[in-house]
Design a protein around this ligand. Structure first.
Ligand SMILES: *Cc1c(COP(=O)(O)O)cnc(C)c1O
Length: 358
């Protein structure tokens, strides 16, 4: 087992975390005069109706509601609740990785490129060095040796995104495990798109390696991007540090109640439809004259290389369709990133490309 404690910033290891009124009194009965709340619940007529049950919002979020959501998500993921942190989106968890492990002005993080922009933006915000390592051109394969070559004594974090945004490919578990084994810092694997992948994810690695953090989210396959709930899964020690450093009530009552309700859903049919639509578009798009290449995808989007990305991008906007122009990103020259929509939205996309070409 790796020594994780030595990687934690000294001020965080020594932290006395803020203790909320709800931390100090966990009971549900009694007259609450401990948190300076307003004793009257707001008189909204549709109180709680969206969540299918009443909840009060004059009180700070209850610990038991948060624990109910944590228990439900943990069960869905097959991990122990002590291994799960719920954040205000995965973005909160990404920021916490920096705040817990990286000394500003001294430490650095190694990450793949191109990838999700928040890893480097959070590094910049926290004044942490950022070492980008390009994927292999065209195959977008994981450059294991080149990643490890960037590691020095101050490298605390390494970010891998799999399936990767914007390239769409998932990496082999074996390659990611090589990194977990060889790297003595914290390996963060962002699996925001794992539910769309044909390859297995790396969640089981958290049982085997104490230095692995797996990020997932309710924003993509679960269809809850507006709720802002992200997951970090790791060993109980790292999760306890995240819980000490986060804002005291990082997820609101309405969000928790709605999440608890929506997590009852079976997302499989919808995920399957998105996957089959992705595969259908991947098969049809290469027949268009302007399309040079459709990269293989394990996510809910396609990276598509075209002759004139800006021209097609503008033509699609004319047709009422907005895609992401990634053509200025290294290794994505000429590429648009297209999110898979409903079958009828995808038909409109194909029609709009036809119109553009005619
Ligand atoms: C969309 C996305 C997320 C999701 O972030 P949230 O803050 O949970 O909405 C995380 N990582 C990647 C790579 C993404 O593309």
């Amino acid at each position: 087992m790796k020594d994780i404690k030595r990687l934690v910033r000294a001020n965080i290891a020594a932290l006395t975390p803020y203790s909320t009124a709800r931390d100090e009194y966990k009971g549900s009965l009694g007259i609450l005069l401990d948190a300076n709340e307003n004793p009257y619940d707001a008189p909204y007529s549709d109180k709680g109706s969206q969540a299918g049950g009443a909840y009060v919002i004059n009180r700070y979020p209850s610990t038991s509601l948060k624990e109910a959501v944590r228990g439900k998500v943990a069960a869905l993921k097959g991990v122990a609740p002590q291994r799960l942190f719920l954040g205000n989106g995965s973005d909160e968890a990404i920021d916490l990785c920096y705040r817990v492990f990286c000394e500003p002005g001294r430490d650095n993080a190694v990450m793949i490129a191109p990838s999700y922009g928040m890893y480097s933006v959070c590094a910049d915000i926290n004044n942490v060095g950022c070492r980008m390592v390009l994927l292999e051109p065209e195959t977008f394969a994981l450059p294991v040796e080149r990643l490890l070559a960037q590691v020095d004594a101050n490298t605390k974090l390494m970010f891998i995104c799999s399936p990767n945004n914007p390239t769409g490919n998932a990496f082999d578990v074996a390659d990611i495990e090589l990194l977990a084994d060889a790297f003595d810092g914290i390996l963060v694997v962002d699996e925001a798109y794992v539910d769309f992948s044909s390859k297995p994810g790396v969640l089981p690695l958290i049982e085997k390696y104490d230095n692995v953090i797996v990020l997932q989210t309710l924003s993509k396959a679960w269809g809850l991007a507006g709720l802002r709930i992200g997951l970090a899964m790791s060993n109980p020690y790292i999760i306890s540090l995240f819980r000490q450093v986060k804002y005291p009530y990082n997820i609101g009552t309405d969000t928790l109640a709605l999440a608890l309700d929506r997590l009852k859903a079976d997302i499989t049919p919808q995920v399957e439809e998105i996957i089959s639509e992705r595969d259908r578009l991947a098969e049809l798009l290469p027949a268009y004259k302007c399309v040079r290449k459709v990269y293989p995808s394990d996510a809910n989007f396609l990276l598509v290389k075209v002759d004139d990305p800006r021209g097609l991008y503008n033509a699609l906007i004319e047709g009422g369709l907005i895609v992401r122009d990634r053509s200025s990103v290294a290794l994505c020259e000429g590429c648009l990133r297209i999110t898979i929509g409903t079958p009828s939205e995808n038909e409109k996309l194909l029609k709009a490309i036809e119109t553009y070409e005619s």
